[in-house]
Ligand binder design. Structure first.
Ligand SMILES: Cc1cc2nc3c(=O)[nH]c(=O)nc-3n(C[C@H](O)[C@H](O)[C@H](O)COP(=O)(O)O)c2cc1C
Length: 367
């Protein structure tokens, strides 16, 4: 299946614009996801090895999950486990429905293996997503793998009122995810990244923890960072979030920085505004994972995200401190076979370097 994807699907996708291609693939997955027979076929094609790790008190079959932004409205929850992912994050969801930025707003540079997006949290809003997830659960179509929800700030809400906005969305989705990621790091909502400052972050996290205290079941709440933060700012912000009760960190979201273009087409695409993901982001993400691991890795787990596209990049993230991993861009460039490549690569390294299990390799390169 990896071969047909690279020979047929990817070249065909090149001729349609990136967002339409994305919409078509989520649409197709949605159809497959609702059908147990096709799910079974997919699961046997995209088989992944078992590399168990327990994080947040939950057992993950292997570390690789789907990153936020691919299944924005949680439309294809049943499909991701069938494609080999051990867990998934839906969203970003905001309290109010949003159209996002004008199109085109998603761009692909094949030569750089990079995406640029300025979607701007297009989503149906927390209430609509909650209703559809309730229906899914009632119909017995809830996946057996862990599910995270990504929460963003509504565009019409300013940073002073952000704590209530995040808290209300968390309250609406609380029964419909196993853990939550507060996204304060998307470059596509004006002012959002300014929330990565000690007092703002304390208020946002405290408001969310207060919601959790009123509910049953202590579900983990994580914070997702931008790779563009200076390491001392990131660590100070992480400290403030820990003080307010955060349970972990995701490193990282997309970057507003740009690599040198590889050719004329790449120059044109890299000039687009928005957040860059994929291969050129990898080293920056690894540095952020390492910074967090060195600073607060003894307190909470870190989820690594950014340019994970192979066994080597996945291993890099684990040994620099990530207990779990996520990917988005590599799924666009390689298709679902990337999950097998990453997990098989990790298993091979665990064996060849003599680790007893995955947990033992987490942060190993940091000394
Ligand atoms: C089109 C697109 C939409 C995204 N939307 C979100 C989002 O809503 N919330 C979020 O936290 N991250 C979002 N992301 C960021 C990804 O979750 C991930 O952090 C980033 O793409 C880096 O991983 P990658 O290099 O594997 O793509 C989005 C990324 C892309 C490409």
């Amino acid at each position: 299946m990896g071969l047909p994807y690279s020979l047929v699907v990817r070249p065909a996708m090149r001729f349609i614009d990136s967002e339409r291609a994305h919409g078509l693939s989520v649409g197709a997955l949605r159809l497959l996801a609702e059908n147990r027979a096709t799910q079974k076929v997919l699961a046997s094609v995209y088989r992944t090895p078992s590399i168990p790790i327990t994080v947040f008190g939950r057992l993950f079959r292997h570390p690789v999950g789907l990153a936020a932004g691919f299944d924005k409205s949680a439309a294809a929850l049943g499909a991701w486990p069938a494609l080999g992912f051990a867990w998934q994050e839906y969203g970003g969801i905001t309290r109010f429905p949003q159209d996002g930025n004008p199109k085109p707003r998603m761009f692909r540079s094949d030569v750089d293996r990079a995406l640029i997006n300025r979607m701007g949290f297009n989503n149906p809003g927390a209430q609509v997503v909650r209703d559809s997830l309730m229906k899914r659960r009632t119909a017995g179509r809830w996946p057996s793998t862990p599910v995270a929800a990504n929460i963003g700030r509504s565009k019409t809400v300013d940073n002073e009122r952000a704590p209530d906005d995040y808290a209300e969305t968390l309250g609406l989705l609380y029964d419909h995810a196993d853990f939550f990621v507060l996204n304060v790091s998307s470059p596509n909502t004006p002012g959002l990244r300014e929330l990565q400052e000690d007092s703002h972050i304390r208020d946002v996290v405290s408001a969310c923890i207060a919601v959790r205290e009123r509910r049953s079941g202590l579900k983990p709440i994580l914070l997702k960072f931008s790779p563009d933060l200076d390491s001392d700012v990131m660590l100070s912000c992480a400290g403030a979030a820990l003080g307010a009760g955060i349970d972990g960190f995701v490193a990282t979201n997309t970057t507003i920085s740009r690599p040198s273009p590889s050719n004329t087409k790449s120059r044109r695409i890299l000039a687009e505004q928005g957040g860059l993901s994929g291969r050129p982001l990898h080293q920056m993400s690894i540095e952020s994972i390492g910074t967090l691991y060195d600073g607060v890795g003894d307190k909470v787990p870190i989820i690594g995200c950014g340019g994970i596209e192979s066994g080597e990049t996945a291993w890099n993230a684990v040994t620099n401190g990530a207990s779990l991993l996520q990917l988005y861009s590599a799924l666009v460039f390689q298709g679902p076979a990337v999950v097998g490549r990453a997990t098989k690569g990790i298993r091979k390294r665990l064996k060849s370097e003599g680790f007893a299990d995955l947990q033992e390799a987490v942060g190993y390169a940091r000394g």
